[in-house]
Design a protein around this ligand. Structure first.
Ligand code: TRP
Length: 449
């Protein structure tokens, strides 16, 4: 049964912006720099890029072939392609992952909202890094403030998703994504004027290979999954809204290149600041929030730039959160035949509840911990280092071994029109390299090999 009201992306540019909007998010600007900082900089970057090519991009293509061939959501797709099997369980796994990610993603997005407000008030003007760090801690420790901001973010995301695929998701992404790129490049140019520029650049680009170890490779792989929005059915869902034929491998490679470039550009904007202001690169999740305001504080037009930067970060977060929302909402509409609005409301309430827990667990001395991590870190680690990777593993096995070859071929090449030569290498990579590589990294991390 074809659902008439399902919605679809109207233009290839719109599709591209939506997919890029999903990929480019807090993962690039907030998560990449702090992980690179904790894992030695350059060496992390090298492992990360290798994994984008060998594992990330093939998986994005894998998810795209599934969604494009069925035009259904995460559970429906597996039911159609592998009827009478339990493969649809992977769909449920991705729903849980999405929910987990939204729980902490909305908290960071809330922080971003807060910094945006502070920027408008000019609060960073001529403050030291220590003062900014202290007032940030005061904010996260206050309990109710971070909650207000993240709930506001959740409501806004919900509002856009409720407007639907064309009028909400496609329309907003088409405007917001190009704006983001322009802003980031501006910041990067400014970073070249900082005293710590050389140190920052050599930290990011001079790999010290002795830093490579199992934990770091797993962190890098988790980051690849996270930043490309893969392993969670988001790409699968978006691809189900693509009705026009296109050169899929080429457009997805473009997305991967844009996404990786934005992570690197953020690194260029951030590490020189880290070294200029004597902030520890290993600071963790708060790195970007402490490093950049310090830069703005001493710059001409700093207040305006701070405003632009946090506006941009919020945009990036928004377009990504929208994609995760859509994956879950599409499932609810399809599975329970409820309206889009109703699905959005239920989801928002549940996400808000989880996000409150994550937020409260960030208060210093909070006893809200799971397995020794506060709820926030637990959700982040659980989703990126375990759930996404499990999802990606299943997707690769499914596409490589279960998906009927002729149907896979027709979707991948648009019935023999594009990238025919890539089909065989793609199948080889997704059959062998991805599952074996992912399993090895994972097993070595948990100490089994
Ligand atoms: N890729 C986004 C980022 O870098 C986050 C994101 C959006 C995501 N959709 C996802 C992560 C799906 C994992 C799975 O911030």
């Amino acid at each position: 049964m074809k659902n008439q009201n399902r919605g679809s992306f109207q233009t290839s540019f719109g599709t591209m912006m939506a997919v890029t909007g999903s990929a480019v998010g807090l993962g690039n600007i907030w998560r990449f720099p702090f992980l690179a900082g904790q894992n030695g900089g350059g060496a992390f970057l090298v492992v990360y890029i290798a994994l984008v090519i060998l594992v990330g991009l093939p998986l994005v293509l894998g998810e795209f072939t599934i969604g494009r061939s069925t035009h259904k959501g995460v559970v429906g797709s597996f039911k159609e392609l592998a009827p009478k099997t339990k493969w649809y369980g992977v769909g449920y796994l991705t729903l849980i992952t999405g929910f987990t990610i939204l729980g902490f993603y909305s908290v960071i997005a809330g922080w971003t909202g807060r910094f945006l407000v502070e920027a408008v008030q000019g609060n960073f003007n001529s403050q030291s890094a220590a003062a900014i760090s202290a007032s940030f801690k005061e904010f996260t420790n206050s309990g109710y403030l971070p909650i207000l901001y993240s709930v506001g973010f959740i409501a806004f995301t919900g509002w856009i998703v409720a407007r639907g695929v064309e009028k909400g998701i496609e329309k907003f992404n088409k405007i917001l994504m190009p704006a983001l790129v322009v802003l980031l490049v501006l910041l990067c140019i400014n970073s070249a004027t900082l005293g710590g520029f050389a140190d920052g650049m050599s930290f990011l680009f001079k790999p010290d290979f002795s830093k490579i170890n199992g934990g770091m490779v797993l962190d890098a792989m988790g980051q690849v999954f996270f930043t490309l929005s893969v392993g969670m059915g988001v790409m699968l869902t978006y691809s189900s809204y693509v009705t026009k034929e296109e050169n899929m491998p080429r457009s997805k490679a473009t997305v991967a290149i844009i996404d990786t470039s934005i992570a690197i550009i953020s690194g260029i904007a951030i590490f020189p600041a880290v070294f200029t202001f004597g902030i520890a690169p290993t600071e963790g999740p708060q790195l970007v929030f402490i490093a950049l305001p310090s830069v703005f504080a001493q710059m001409p037009f700093g207040a305006a730039l701070a405003f632009l930067f946090f506006a941009m970060l919020l945009i990036a977060a928004l377009t990504s959160a929208i994609s995760i929302y859509e994956m879950i909402v599409a499932y609810c509409i399809e599975e329970f035949s409820i309206s889009r609005l109703r699905a959005v409301i239920y989801l928002s309430i549940s996400v808000a509840a989880l996000s409150v827990l994550a937020s409260v667990s960030q208060i210093e001395g909070s006893s809200l911990t799971i397995l020794g991590l506060n709820v926030f870190d637990f959700l982040d680690t659980l989703s990126s280092n375990y759930l996404l990777i499990a999802g990606g593993l299943f997707v690769s096995i499914f596409v490589g071994w279960v998906f009927r070859k002729d149907r896979l071929y027709n979707t991948f090449t648009s019935h023999g029109k594009y990238a025919v030569w890539l089909f065989k290498p793609f199948v080889f990579i997704i059959r062998y390299i991805v599952p074996v590589g992912v399993s090895l990294i994972f097993l070595s991390k948990i100490g089994l090999i």
